[in-house]
Ligand binder design. Structure first.
Ligand code: S3P
Length: 433
C-alpha cells in the first residue's frame, strides 16, 4: 500500500500537460467498438479506469491495439460484440459499469459486470430502473454490483426525466437507445457533461438536443472516426487549486478541455477571487480546449451556486481544499450526490480537513468550511479508495507548513498515473513512500 508524503513547497512554476480526459477516453472505446471501421484515438488516458473499459471490450472480441496513449479500435459494428467468457471486471470505474450496462442490455448475449470494493457499494438502481422500463433484464443484490444482464431482450425507447443530474445515467440510456425501437428522449433539469452526445455526432449518429431534452432514434449505425482526447479538466483542477492557494505561483496547463459542461471549477474559483486566464481557445475533435494560466490569489469564501454543482461534480474534494485556504466561510448545499462517488466525499473530506485543523460542519447535502490554516503536525489522512481524495489532500501541501501523509494512494492510477511527476515538475514536493 503506497502513501504520499506531501511536504511544503516554495513557488509553483512551469507549463505542463495533464493526461487525457477520462470521460472522453471511456466513450472513445465504447463507441469505437460498436462503430463500423477503424477508429484511431490519440491522447487516451492510460489510467486504470479507462483501461478497464478497454479490456472489457477486448474480452467481447474487439481488436484494440494500444501504443501508449494511441489506440486503434477495429470496430465490430453495433451487433458485432461477442459474448465474454468471464465476468467483466470494471475495477473502480462507475462510468464503465453504468454506461456499459446500457450497451450490454441491448446485446444478444448475457454478461456479468463487477468491480472492486468501492464500486461494489455504489448505487445502480439509477440505471437498472430506467433500463428495465426499456425492457432490459438486469439482476443484482440490492441494486449494487455485480450486475447480471440477460441479453436478447427487445428494447423500446423511453421518455425519461433524470431524477438526479447524472451524465452517467443519461449516457447509459442513450447507448441503450441506439438499439431500441423508437426515439429515446432524456430530459435533464440541470445540465450535465455532454461528451456522449458530441461523440455520437462525431461518429455520424444524429442526436437532437434542445432545452434540456436529448433524443435519438434507435436503429442507426456509427461510422468510425478519429478522436483526439483533450486534457482532463478534472485532473487539471488539482493544479489549478494548488497554484491558486500557493504563496507564489504562475503555472500554465496546456490544451485542457473546457467543454462548458465541465468548467464549474473555473467559475467557482473565479467567484472566490482566483487569478485564472484562458488563452488560445480552440476546437479539437468537437471539444473546446484552451491553455489555462493560474497565478496565486487571495481566495474568499462563497456560497456555491446550485447550477454550478453538476458542472464541477468531480472537483469538490479539491474545491474544499481551496475553501480551506480562503478567508471566511464557503457553503455548499444541494450536493448529496457527493456521498455516492468513489467514497462519501462529504464525510471523508470533512474528516480529513478536521485532521488538518480546518473547522467545518457536515450537512446532509453539503458542507460548511471556515477558511483557516493547515495547522496540525503529523497529519495522517486515509484515501478511502478514492483517487480524488488522495490527490486533493496532497494539493493541500502547497499551502501547508507541515508534512501531510495520505495513506493508500494507489487509486491515483485510476485517473492520473503521472500526478506525482507533474506535481513535482511545477515545484510541489510529493514523495511516494
Ligand atoms: C461521468 C459523470 C459523472 C462523474 C464521473 C464521470 C461521466 O458522474 O462524476 O466521474 O463520464 O459520465 P454522474 O453522472 O453520476 O454524476
Amino acid at each position: 500500500m503506497t502513501s504520499f508524503k506531501a511536504s511544503s513547497c516554495h513557488s509553483l512554476n512551469g507549463s505542463i500537460k495533464v493526461p487525457g480526459d477520462k470521460s472522453i477516453s471511456h466513450r472513445s472505446i465504447m463507441l469505437g467498438s460498436i462503430a463500423n471501421g477503424i477508429t484511431n484515438v490519440s491522447g487516451f488516458l492510460e489510467g486504470e479506469d479507462s483501461l478497464a473499459t478497454l479490456r472489457a471490450f477486448q474480452q467481447m472480441g474487439v481488436q484494440i491495439e494500444r501504443v501508449g496513449s494511441n489506440i486503434t479500435i477495429h470496430g465490430e459494428g453495433k451487433h458485432g460484440l461477442s459474448s465474454p467468457s468471464e465476468p467483466l471486471d470494471l475495477g473502480n470505474s462507475g462510468t464503465s459499469i453504468r454506461l456499459m450496462s446500457g450497451l450490454l442490455s441491448a446485446q444478444s448475449f448475457n454478461s456479468q459486470l463487477c468491480g472492486d470494493e468501492s464500486l461494489s457499494k455504489r448505487p445502480m438502481a439509477r440505471v437498472i430502473e430506467p433500463l428495465s422500463m426499456m425492457g432490459a433484464l438486469i439482476d443484482s443484490y440490492e441494486s449494487k454490483p455485480p450486475l447480471f444482464i440477460t441479453g436478447n431482450q427487445k428494447l423500446s425507447a423511453i421518455n425519461y426525466t433524470l431524477p438526479v443530474a447524472s451524465a452517467q445515467i443519461k449516457s447509459c440510456l442513450l447507448l441503450a437507445g441506439l438499439y431500441a425501437e423508437g426515439e429515446t428522449c432524456i430530459v435533464e433539469n440541470s445540465t450535465t457533461r455532454d461528451h456522449t452526445e458530441r461523440m455520437l455526432r462525431g461518429f455520424g449518429y444524429p442526436v437532437k438536443t434542445s432545452n434540456g431534452q436529448i433524443s435519438l432514434m434507435g436503429g442507426g449505425e456509427l461510422h468510425a472516426c478519429d478522436i483526439e482526447v483533450p486534457s482532463d479538466i478534472s485532473s487539471a483542477a488539482f493544479f489549478i487549486v494548488a497554484a491558486s492557494i500557493a504563496k507564489e505561483a504562475d503555472i500554465t496547463l496546456s490544451a485542457v478541455n473546457i467543454n462548458p459542461t465541465r468548467t464549474g471549477i473555473l467559475d467557482i474559483l473565479a467567484l472566490m477571487g482566483a487569478n485564472i486566464t484562458l488563452t488560445d481557445e480552440r476546437v479539437v475533435a468537437g471539444e473546446l480546449v484552451a491553455d489555462i494560466q493560474v497565478c496565486s490569489a487571495k481566495l474568499r469564501g462563497i456560497d456555491i451556486p446550485q447550477k454550478l454543482i453538476p458542472l464541477a461534480i468531480d472537483e469538490f474534494p479539491v474545491i474544499f481544499i481551496a475553501a480551506s485556504c480562503a478567508t471566511g466561510e464557503t457553503l455548499l448545499t444541494g450536493a448529496k450526490e457527493l456521498r455516492v462517488k468513489e467514497s462519501d466525499r462529504i464525510q471523508v473530506m470533512a474528516d480529513g480537513l478536521t485532521i488538518l485543523g480546518i473547522e467545518n460542519e457536515v450537512l446532509e447535502d453539503g458542507i460548511r468550511i471556515r477558511g483557516g490554516e493547515f495547522s496540525k503536525q503529523n497529519s495522517i489522512i486515509k484515501s478511502h479508495q478514492d483517487h480524488r481524495i488522495s490527490m486533493s489532500f496532497a494539493i493541500a501541501s502547497s499551502r501547508s507548513e507541515y508534512d501531510i501523509k495520505i495513506e493508500d494512494v494507489d487509486n491515483v492510477q485510476t485517473s492520473f498515473p503521472n500526478f506525482v511527476e507533474l506535481a513535482n515538475r511545477i515545484g510541489m514536493n510529493i514523495e511516494e513512500i
